[in-house]
Design a protein around this ligand. Sequence first.
Ligand SMILES: Nc1nc2c(ncn2[C@@H]2O[C@H](COP(=O)(O)OP(=O)(O)OP(=O)(O)O)[C@@H](O)[C@H]2O)c(=O)[nH]1
Ligand SMILES: [Mg+2]
Length: 138
Amino acid sequence: MEQCGYNALIQKLEAWNWKQPTINIAVAGSAGTGKSTLINSLRGLKADDKGAALTGCTETTTEVTCYPHPENPNLKLWDLPGVGTLNFPRDTYFETVDFKKYDFLLLVSSSRFSETDLCLLNIRRFKACCHNDTDTCI
Ligand SMILES: Nc1nc2c(ncn2[C@@H]2O[C@H](COP(=O)(O)OP(=O)(O)OP(=O)(O)O)[C@@H](O)[C@H]2O)c(=O)[nH]1
Ligand SMILES: [Mg+2]
């Protein structure tokens, strides 16, 4: 970039076909932290749009569901059920959602960072945190 500039970098990336590899991103976290809402936003959708992930104020996502990004279907966002509920206890969560199949973890938390959040973060090498509900925290 320093040597060739932005345009040359983009040309190199295009030649390398950077959109080709499939990347599976697990969007995980405790129940109700806004995982499905975040996936909808990343896909440019509102909750009531066709094809949007179901959102709600009670436990909503009960099956792992894949949502390919509209601009690059190889970028797959996986909507995971909330961890640590009666239906998805932490002890069996990682096997239930087949946690090892994802390339990247996007951890969604709201309010306080919890022991469960830390547990999820310790599992994956490639990860990022998203603190949701900031509008209600401020
Ligand atoms: N104020 C506020 N509400 C939000 C935000 N994100 C999500 N919500 C609301 O929080 C509730 C839960 O959102 P979901 O996206 O269904 O949460 P989830 O983590 O997918 O929930 P489960 O699938 O049950 O684990 C919904 O009523 C959303 O409208 C946010 O950033 N701010
Ligand atoms: Mg959900």
